[in-house]
Ligand binder design. Sequence first.
Ligand code: CP
Length: 315
Amino acid sequence: MNNYFSIEDIDSLPDWVSEAIEMKKTPMSNKTLGVDKTIGLLFFNPSLRTRLSTQKAALNLGMNVIVMNFTGEGWSLEYGDGTVMDQGSSEHVKEAAQVVSQYCDVLAIRAFAKLENREDDYSEKVLKSFIQYASIPVINMESATGHPLQALTDAITITEHKKIDKPKVVLSWAPHPKALPQAVANSFVEMMQRMDANFVITHPVGFELASQITKEVPIDYNQENALKDADFVYVKNWSAYEDYGKTLTDDPSWKISQEKMNLTNDAKFMHCLPVRRNVVVDDDVIDSENSIVIEQANNRTYAAQLVLKKILQNN
Ligand code: CP
């Protein structure tokens, strides 16, 4: 493996998940693999988990880590070919990617959807430009349309907690005061299609994710019906794909309550975090024994460490 851009870069999901679970038992067992190697983390957006877990993963492998918050601190980048750069952009990604490639051995980038133009976001301009011009492996730390490190984490977490071979997993939209990208939901949908799961998506009408991603996954517009007998409830807000970037509704009746969790098969509650308490989910649900969000966040380290290990072994 060279780049980790999407979950398509996972060659064997069961093997990767097993290896990550083993790695979690002895996280320092490859502590010299990355000695004298440097990972550069470029952030165009805020982060807590991705930033610290990827740093921790790199340190567990003996790597040096350098971090740059690009927005506000880096030069404003141009991505277009042949652009006359007499406006806001100060540096072209062609130079930026090549320069960073001289300082680092692996590059990891976070660049969210802007939610202004669907074609622009779904072209994955930022990540794909860095992949094109960098001469080192590139890892996606959440791009415009995907969050594959989160999805690998979610696969690890579900595997650790499942009580039956084919659990019922429900991805439920929940309200949020801001328009959020579809990246986490997209990668989770792709991941559940690759896992042995009875997978259902539930959201209000108008929040359909891209059909090229959801494919044949059943959509139930009745949240309570969808939640019945669920083993895992994965909650996330996203903005509309068709009416691109719009919130359409923030209907509070979609918030996850204990009453709704009582419809499930004693389901585990999952969320990628950060989460807005009592908007997305009630306190008593996220604070309950069935909430595995903190362990889920812990698994971010082992997902990132596994990806880094495979890249280091391949380069
Ligand atoms: N889940 C996740 O990516 O968290 P951060 O945005 O804090 O990195």
